[in-house]
Write a protein that binds this ligand. Structure first.
Ligand SMILES: C[S@@+](CC[C@H](N)C(=O)[O-])C[C@H]1O[C@@H](n2cnc3c(N)ncnc32)[C@H](O)[C@@H]1O
Length: 240
């Protein structure tokens, strides 16, 4: 069988799935992630959850093609409703908006909170999920930002078990939640490029808002604060 080729984004996510893990990939589409991980690690087991029939069928087909039906259970259902009593040690939710990911985690909160590791890759609104971690006693352990096909993807890993506090007490927590405490420390090329583009976008939005007949001052001030933060970070000024 030919090796499965998956995106750099999914390969990065796969790095955070421990050897021998029992993990659930929620919103699994073609089950690319579980297929990739389980074909490299015979001791891993996975649930591939999908709410839509088409992607569910695709996931089943791939799992059968790669002879992984003993390791990967493809289940049709909304979010964490596909989980049963044998809860996984890790949940992956990737390729969706932060708001939808938050909804999926919160809808079945009792089950979510029994799972040690969450690996989330929101396409937008990563800050919502960092805030969610803080509010639900999950501790951020790793953050990655990658650029692929002109898109920036943030990967957040959090665990129930505390390793170390990654938030810096000398920096405003809201600012760290916005940028990601670890990404802010690392200042990778992808991170700086993302925020350079975001700065241009935000300046345009602020200018458009100022032209409006009725100005939403609250929203405008929120955007201005974000723009100030971005400029400080890009100029590498004080992070306070
Ligand atoms: C853009 S794809 C991402 C697929 C894969 N996780 C990835 O990162 O490449 C999003 C998938 O999530 C599924 N999805 C959306 N909402 C869902 C939900 N509430 N429960 C389970 N799957 C969901 C969609 O049907 C779709 O297949």
């Amino acid at each position: 069988m030919e090796n499965l080729h998956i995106s750099l984004r999914l390969k990065e996510i796969a790095k955070y799935i421990s050897k021998g893990s029992y993990f659930a990939d929620i919103g699994s589409d073609h089950a690319y992630l579980p297929t990739y991980v389980c074909s490299k690690d015979a001791t891993a087991k996975a649930i591939a959850g999908e709410v839509n029939q088409g992607p569910f069928n695709n996931a089943q087909d791939i799992v059968k093609t790669y002879n992984l039906t003993k390791q990967i259970d493809v289940r049709l259902g909304d979010g964490l409703n596909v989980l049963q009593t044998d809860l996984p040690d890790t949940i992956v939710i990737a390729g969706m908006g932060g708001k939808l990911i938050e909804r999926i985690l919160t809808d079945n909160l009792t089950q979510t909170l029994q799972v040690n590791k969450l690996i989330l890759q929101p396409n937008i609104d990563a800050d919502r999920l960092r805030k969610w971690f803080v509010e639900h006693d999950y501790h951020l352990t790793h953050e990655e930002i990658i650029e692929e096909n002109d898109h920036f993807y943030e990967i957040l890993v959090a665990e129930k078990v505390m390793h170390e506090n990654v938030y810096d007490s000398s920096i405003d927590q809201a600012k760290q939640i916005y940028f990601g405490p670890l990404l802010l420390k690392k200042r990778s090329a992808a991170f700086l490029k993302k925020w350079e583009l975001e700065k241009i976008n935000l300046k345009r939005i602020i200018n458009d808002m100022k032209q409006a007949k009725q100005i939403n001052e609250l929203k405008l001030n929120q955007f201005k604060t974000k723009l100030n933060w971005i400029e400080e970070v890009l100029n590498n000024e004080s992070n306070n």
